[in-house]
Design a protein. Structure first.
Length: 336
């Protein structure tokens, strides 16, 4: 009996601008996908090798980037296991800094990464690409290979301008395959105590309702600690504001990519926000309870602001307020 074809999704964390949280998002989202039972691969395309470092793997690919593109050996031969079940890594290599030059030698350079990935599609449910910041042949090849670009945006003027530049390329048909690569942006390193961040978040959410996801990743010590712990936030700080935010982000991404599929995510064939609130009530309640338990009123208040930009009411700190906060983080609208 023929084996059913796997519906692999290729997701690229990408932004023209550097230092916006691409690697943190790639590592945490890939971990969550694997934790939820999906066979997952992360390909670290950045010669700085941050994802490779976080997964405790040596940044070395025999034959370098040029050899991978030429397919001189099987791509699968370079894949390394991580410490996390169902999560594999295709490491970075310092030669990736010349990947543009290597791609330029091909007749159809933008299609090359997809060719390299094709033999792996039967083995994985999700393939994450951690991309270097640039507009180049590498990024064009990523656009062609990916089903969706996950674009972290710091809610500040220069960072939001880089998102708008990418959106303009998309509108002109310069991003992705025939039929389009979906662009899903989310706020990263958000500081809701800064009025400018709140203004930018409100402006982009108003203008780009279908493309800006509801969950936002706050500025958090736990994200910085990933470099010390060399682990996703969910491993060493599962009840932190950052872990809650990444969890919310993954639920929302999976709902967008696989509508109608049962799982931890949403199960509606249409992304209906009111239905999403009801469907994820249990997850939101459990998360809120973790945040509001015992003497964690201050943490719950900080998380409420960090995730949604809305402070808890004075004298609050109640579990009900936290549930509403997490609902809003999950789907971009308050609980009803």
């Amino acid at each position: 009996m023929a084996k059913a074809k796997r519906d692999t999704k290729v997701l690229a964390t990408y932004n023209i601008k550097g230092g916006v949280g691409k690697t943190s998002a790639a590592v945490n989202l890939a971990y969550l996908a694997a934790r939820d039972g999906h066979s997952t691969l992360l390909w670290d395309l950045d010669p700085q090798a941050a994802s490779t470092y976080l997964f405790r793997v040596r940044p070395k690919v025999k034959g370098g980037g040029h050899g991978l593109l030429r397919k001189r050996s099987r791509t699968a031969d370079h894949i390394k296991a991580t410490d996390h079940e169902r999560l594999d890594l295709l490491p970075a290599d310092f030669s990736y800094r010349h990947l543009d030059l290597a791609l330029d030698q091909f007749k159809k350079p933008a299609a090359r990464l997809r060719k390299v990935l094709e033999p792996l599609l039967k083995d994985y449910d999700y393939i994450f690409l951690d991309c270097p910041p640039s507009i180049s042949l590498v990024s064009e090849s990523v656009f062609e290979a990916a089903d969706a670009l996950l674009v972290p945006v710091i809610p500040a003027t220069l960072s939001s301008r880089s998102y708008e530049q990418l959106d303009e390329l998309s509108r002109r048909g310069r991003v992705g395959k025939i039929g389009g690569t979906e662009i899903l942006s989310f706020f990263s390193m958000a500081e809701v105590r800064r009025p400018l961040h709140l203004q930018v978040m409100e402006r982009l959410r108003s203008a780009e309702q279908l493309k800006v996801l509801g969950a936002a990743i706050p500025v958090a010590d736990e994200v910085e600690l990933m470099g010390e712990e060399r682990n996703p936030v969910g491993i060493f700080a599962p009840a932190s504001a950052a872990a809650v935010a990444y969890e919310a982000l993954w639920v929302e991404i999976e709902a967008r990519l696989r509508p109608g599929v049962e799982g931890r995510g949403l199960a509606s064939p249409v992304i209906d926000k009111a239905a999403a609130v009801e469907t994820d009530h249990a997850l939101a309640a459990d998360t809120a309870e973790a945040l509001a338990a015992d003497t964690a009123e201050a943490l719950a208040a900080d998380t409420a602001e960090a995730l949604t930009g809305a402070a808890e009411p004075a004298g609050g700190g109640s579990e009900a307020a936290s549930v509403e906060t997490v609902h809003e983080a999950l789907v971009g609208t308050p609980a009803v």
